[in-house]
Design a protein around this ligand. Sequence first.
Ligand code: PEP
Ligand code: MG
Length: 579
Amino acid sequence: MAPVAQERDQGIQDVRTSLGIHAGEPVIQRCIMEIYSGKSVYNGIAIGKISIYKKDAQQVKRVKVADAEAEIRRYVSAKEEAARQLQALYDKALKEVGEANAAIFEVHQMMLEDIDYNESVENIVRSQKVNTEYAVAATGDNFSQMFAAMDDDYMKERAADVKDISERVLTILNGKTDSTVAAGEPVIIVADDLAPSETVQLDKDMVLSFVTVHGSTNSHTAILARMMQIPALVGTALPLDDTVDGKLGIVDGASGKIYVDPDEETLAGMKARKQEEIRKKELLETLKGRENVTLDGQKLMLYANIGDIKDLAMVMQNDAGGIGLFRSEFLYLEKEDYPTEEEQFQIYKQAAETMAGKKVIIRTLDIGADKQCDYFGMEHEDNPALGYRAIRICLTRPEVFKTQLRALFRASAFGNIAIMYPMITSVKEIRQIREIVSEVKKELDEQKMPYGRPEQGIMIETPAAAIVSDLLAEEVDFFSIGTNDLTQYTLAIDRQNPKLDEFYDAHHPAVLRMIAMVVENAHKAGIWAGICGELGADQTLTQEFLAMGVDELSVSPGSILPIRKIVLETNVGEYKAGK
Ligand code: PEP
Ligand code: MG
């Protein structure tokens, strides 16, 4: 080949490579850009491979049924759909990776037709009069255990296959689309929805962005995305199939769009914007080490919200003055059973030691509502956000509460820990907490276990607490306003319901007036008041909060430096005069 032609071909291949197209792959198939819109929960640009998130093994309940034959019919049609999916996978694999590698899907198809497997499912349904899901899951478990126990290595390996086909049938029975496993590289996660428990379990180093079909901008999953400082979209109507999975994607948090298979021009434009973002971030870096003080001398404590000690690195990198909200319930959500006192103690101690004398405000567990933990054995509630959650669980299950309090008090000997109680509505609850705390301290004294003197404060996140904040202020060391729940309860808007996003007015005067009132009542009683809900990071309100006299803002680590910039450039007196 002539050198010029060689150079030209190399040039073309370079562009193809930057678009994620491999040598020999037809461009036509890959370059049809699709754009989907959603609601942005965190700004920024992510560029990378898209991976559809596969849900954890499905939870199957055993349910009695009246009509076993109807269940069998459901099984037969789910099986037909599974066979169709497996055939499509076989055809695709045959084209892309050859016959030998595609053969696995043939094996799966054969297993699906296996007489023993099918008889087992049908027998369970008919003899026990139970739902198909249960019969499929039980058969899958039994058969995979049987294969795993065999001597032959080939047969042993079939244990995973039989589980896989059972999962496929269950997915179909549950009305879900088939999905593939996330790749072992940082990816854009696309999912139908992500529960907070699933989100916390994702390897944060491997996630460039989240895009979910469902989910609301005020959900805990959205909060986690902000904490991770990654662009994220919710309510994005994109298909969860091969037209998206494995493709190159760009998530643009500013416009709330995801581009699938972007064209060259879009990719180049986004890369340039990402560079600009990096440059702006570098400028903010110069604010590290500066005090948060306005031009006329008003100081603000600027702290970070975290859900895990893995977030401590981000807290340090962003120069937070402390931790204003450690959502301890995430420790519980990550586990299969109650975390022990010792496990919790080690984590709280590590947070206290890492922050080296800076304040670490740990909120006692706020399980319930959207943060469900199976092992808490909670009963179904029609209205979980108004139900059995947070301090209500702690006060009625003191053994669970005491374990956490013991861990917190013990850890308080190793740094500047403060304890914060969520979902308070009355003085009575604070007095009940105080009694339990006294018992815990007495036990620790008897066991000669050292502990510090942690500040104890409450979250103001119910309208009741805001309205009686003058009384509550007499009982505690500080207030932290949880605007997420305060807004939900004040406006009667379920923060989890995406249909209500347009009615969710975070700047509603009712909420802003309550914040002002809470701060005033705190100051009258000589205590400090901060905001740890998402509104605290709303930069359009930073000056307003300063004018109200808010003492502390606790925000996701990525918001610390941008807010510091506003504080440094604000003259509160002038702002008030200009209102
Ligand atoms: C809040 O309600 O504002 C808050 C900070 O708590 P969470 O979001 O965890 O309910
Ligand atoms: Mg709350």
